[in-house]
Design a protein around this ligand. Structure first.
Ligand code: NA7
Length: 534
């Protein structure tokens, strides 16, 4: 076989893959990015549904590696919309000449480690072969979409759209009867907008979810200038914060704060913190009584907003702790249910039985006629896009086999039996529990440093040890047990896909602790990784 033309193949051209390309190429490595989609941007390329926005503030959900980039890009909204984020990604790709190494329309279906050659051999859906010594999976936590089992889809005369595969051309629902299944972020963000033009909107809800107001606003010129002047300090605050959002929770235990003061703190967070509401106090996700107080505060807010008593009760989350399932940051979600053209259907008590020619038929036999059905049903999260391709490591071990009872990693970066393979912001790392942009940049820099260290050692192979990943797994579990996360059915726990192992897949210790752990690993000469030359 001819020698490979690349040192590193990166899978995925979203924020993670593009950052990996830029950083590793700048370090002199030959890098190719293989992307399944027809454009760059990952989730921001695919999730074009109305109302799609980031719920982390724009300045913090942006690359930090270039002060020139920071200074030249002008964010216009506190929470950037999907089109604005995609424009930013395109700008970065142009600015750093990334397109030439990104190969679109290449879905990797197989990756096989060749022990003798010390290479990963990759096969795409189209039958192309690629090879490199290192492979980096930058495939995202929320990229393999979940299509619910809906018998009768072929009979339905209307249109079916998935929020994460939204058409590029505008979808006009003016005067149409629209149904939405799913009330996670995608559903809750799109529902108020669809309600504005649809003749009637019917929301099919399985689980009532907690949501806090986004408080969207445009960024003024003065505010922008102030942020630009303070960028390094802002980045430092982000890195020092537990979730990469730039602010620290209050230190007191929630229950110890007198009621009036506590309510004032929750009010302030409700009015301005957006996603940071969950950090109003440090113990909201670790102490049930603290969580009950936050949950009750939100339930009261819902009661104040929603006028119809039956709808209000259905919208009120009561079956899981606040934040244990990903809460939403919305713009007018609850108030949307006061509109005459919006109705809420509880499919927990009366599940969807099938589609027929005119719409949805429930188990009770009730029917809902629709012209458009929107599936906001989410993803096979965190591991979905890593287990979809057939990844085969040393001695023919497949990743699907190895992870059959849940993902096993060391630091969320490597896994034993799969040499020279890394995952970015994936299982075993803080992943989606922190500002994922920060997690991505941290991982890419860490991998780049590791490869440089290998050059110095004269090593060509690196692999996590079995002992290190066993210890990391035990640590992940111990940290998770200190939290309320296991009390909810959520995609963090694998509950979103029937049959998926029920195990919490991310590191719950927060950004600061995770950064310390990665730094200690480096300081200890990459303890827990084995090299072919030490
Ligand atoms: P989510 O948050 O996983 O939400 C999916 C929603 O769809 C949720 O309400 C689900 O109900 C519902 N769902 C999923 N499958 C079904 C079926 N089969 N029947 C009925 N209802 C169903 O995905 P999103 O796209 O909204 O958001 C993903 C992330 O993007 C979000 O967390 C942010 O990080 C940004 P359930 O709660 O499972 O009962």
């Amino acid at each position: 076989m001819a020698p490979p033309q690349h040192d590193v193949i990166v899978i995925g051209a979203g924020f993670a893959g593009l950052r990996a390309l830029h950083t590793l190429r700048s370090a002199g490595r030959r890098v190719a990015v293989l992307e399944a989609g027809d454009g760059i941007g990952g989730v921001w390329y695919f999730n074009r549904y109305p109302g799609a926005r980031c719920d982390i503030e724009s300045y913090d959900y942006s690359y930090s590696f270039s002060s020139e980039l920071e200074q030249e890009w002008r964010w216009t909204q506190r929470y950037a919309t999907q089109p604005e984020i995609l424009r930013y990604i395109e700008h970065v790709a142009d600015r750093f000449d990334l397109h030439r190494d990104v190969h679109l329309g290449r879905r990797v279906v197989r990756a096989q480690w060749d022990e003798a050659a010390g290479l990963w051999e990759l096969t795409t859906e189209g039958g192309e072969h690629w090879a490199a010594a290192f492979v980096i999976w930058a495939v995202g936590n929320l990229s393999t979409t979940k299509q619910p089992e809906l018998p009768g889809q072929a009979d339905f005369r209307g249109r079916i759209l998935h929020t994460a595969r939204w058409p590029h051309a505008d979808v006009d629902v003016t005067g149409l009867r629209v149904g939405v299944i799913g009330t996670g972020s995608s559903g809750m963000q799109s529902i108020p907008i669809l309600a504005g033009t649809a003749a009637h909107l019917t929301v099919f809800q399985r689980t009532a979810n907690f949501s806090v107001p986004a408080q969207h606003r445009a960024i003024s010129g003065a505010e922008d200038a102030a942020v630009r002047a303070d960028y390094p300090a802002r980045r430092a605050r982000v890195l020092a914060s537990p979730s990469g959002l730039g602010f620290r929770p209050r230190r007191e235990a929630t229950v110890e704060v007198p009621e009036a003061e506590r309510t004032a703190i929750f009010e302030q967070a409700w009015d301005g913190a957006g996603f940071g509401f969950g950090l109003a106090f440090r113990d909201l996700l670790t102490d049930q009584s603290a969580n009950d107080l936050a949950a009750e505060f939100i339930r009261d807010k819902i009661a104040q907003i929603v006028t119809d008593p039956t709808t209000r009760e259905l919208l009120t989350p009561r079956d899981h702790p606040f934040g244990a399932k990903r809460p939403v940051v919305d713009d007018g979600y609850y108030a949307t249910f006061n509109r005459d053209n919006v109705s809420l259907i509880d499919i927990r008590t009366d599940p969807i039985d099938r589609l027929d020619a005119s719409g949805i038929v429930l188990a009770s036999g009730a029917t809902h006629a629709l012209d458009v059905l929107v599936l906001a049903t989410g993803f096979d999260a965190i591991t979905g896009s890593l287990l979809r391709p057939d990844i085969v490591g040393r001695n023919g071990l497949s990743l699907r086999q190895k992870w059959s009872a849940g993902p096993i990693t060391y630091l969320g970066l490597g896994t034993h039996g799969f040499p020279n393979m890394f995952t970015i912001a994936g299982p075993g790392s803080p992943g989606l529990l922190i500002n994922v942009l920060v997690g991505i940049e941290q991982h890419v820099d860490w991998i780049a440093d590791l490869l440089a260290d290998m050059d110095e050692r004269g090593a060509t192979r690196v692999e996590a040890t079995e002992a290190a990943e066993r210890d990391w797994g035990a640590h992940l579990l111990a940290r998770t047990e200190q939290t309320l996360y296991p009390k909810a059915r959520s995609y963090y726990m694998g509950d979103e896909v029937p049959g998926k192992p029920r195990v919490f897949m991310l590191y719950t210790g927060g950004l600061r602790d995770y950064r310390r752990i990665l730094a200690e690993c480096v300081a200890d000469s990459y303890a827990g990784f084995e090299f072919d030359k030490d």
